[in-house]
Design a protein around this ligand. Structure first.
Ligand SMILES: [Zn+2]
Length: 240
């Protein structure tokens, strides 16, 4: 395996290790393993439309978890055919990975040009970054809601850089998205993906430990460099 993040901030890595030993008993496996043959074939048919099999989805999420050394989520919810179904991480207890739920809407992702296994895995890396940062506070308006997104994008870029993954689809897809109260505009997000990519490679080449804390320090420095633009964009939503 290529370089991966070697330490965590929260929750503790010890907990992560304990959980990873247990994860194969968890509910989410039901989605892939405990369905009837009929349901399984139907699901396969649906995924074929997007070029990904359930196994691809499983692998893509597993490798995103492996990058952070965190266990698989408790449950993976396919919201592709659900009205307003979003690709997102749903957190319950902020102190554990045990109850994490990952949701995805393949149609939404395909609309954003995310139509390969690698690109899907990068999106899941963003969602897994939210899992790793579930207990981390960022400065910024509205409890650093945009900063959380940008940090997750930055860490997704780190993985793309360290594992030699193609992030072009993600960045093209992101650039098509507009800002909202919860998410910065895609152009800003793509900038942080790109920076994560270069920064992580630079750190590795200089033998700087790729800990979450070290990476977050780099993220915060880059946020500082771009603070004026962040605030300028936020003025559309937060007029004070
Ligand atoms: Zn996010």
């Amino acid at each position: 395996m290529a370089d991966s993040i070697i330490a965590f901030r929260n929750p503790s890595s010890l907990f992560a290790k304990i959980m990873s030993d247990k994860i194969f008993n968890h509910d989410w496996f039901r989605l892939f393993n405990h369905t009837s043959m009929d349901e399984f074939l139907k699901m396969n048919q649906r995924f074929k439309k997007f070029g990904l099999t359930p196994k691809d989805v499983e692998d893509a999420i597993k490798s995103a978890c492996d990058f952070f050394h965190i266990p698989m989520p408790r449950m993976i919810q396919d919201l592709t055919n659900v009205h307003n179904g979003q690709t997102m991480f749903v957190n319950f207890n902020p102190g554990s990975y045990e109850d994490d739920v990952l949701c995805f809407n393949m149609q939404q992702l395909v609309d954003m040009k995310v139509d390969s296994k690698e690109a899907f895995s990068l999106v899941m890396t963003h969602e897994c970054a939210h899992r790793v940062l579930q207990n981390t506070q960022f400065p910024g308006i509205n409890n650093g809601i945009w900063e959380h997104e940008l940090a997750a994008d930055f860490l997704m870029g780190c993985r793309a850089g360290l594992w030699g993954m193609d992030d072009s689809k993600i960045r093209v897809g992101l650039i098509l998205t507009n800002a909202s109260p919860t998410h910065p505009e895609g152009a800003l997000r793509a900038l942080f993906v790109r920076h994560g990519m270069y920064k992580a490679i630079e750190m590795r080449d200089n033998s700087i430990p790729l800990s979450i804390q070290n990476l977050l320090n780099e993220f915060m420095a880059y946020r500082q460099e771009n603070l004026e633009q962040i605030h300028h964009s936020q003025r559309k939503f937060y007029r004070f």
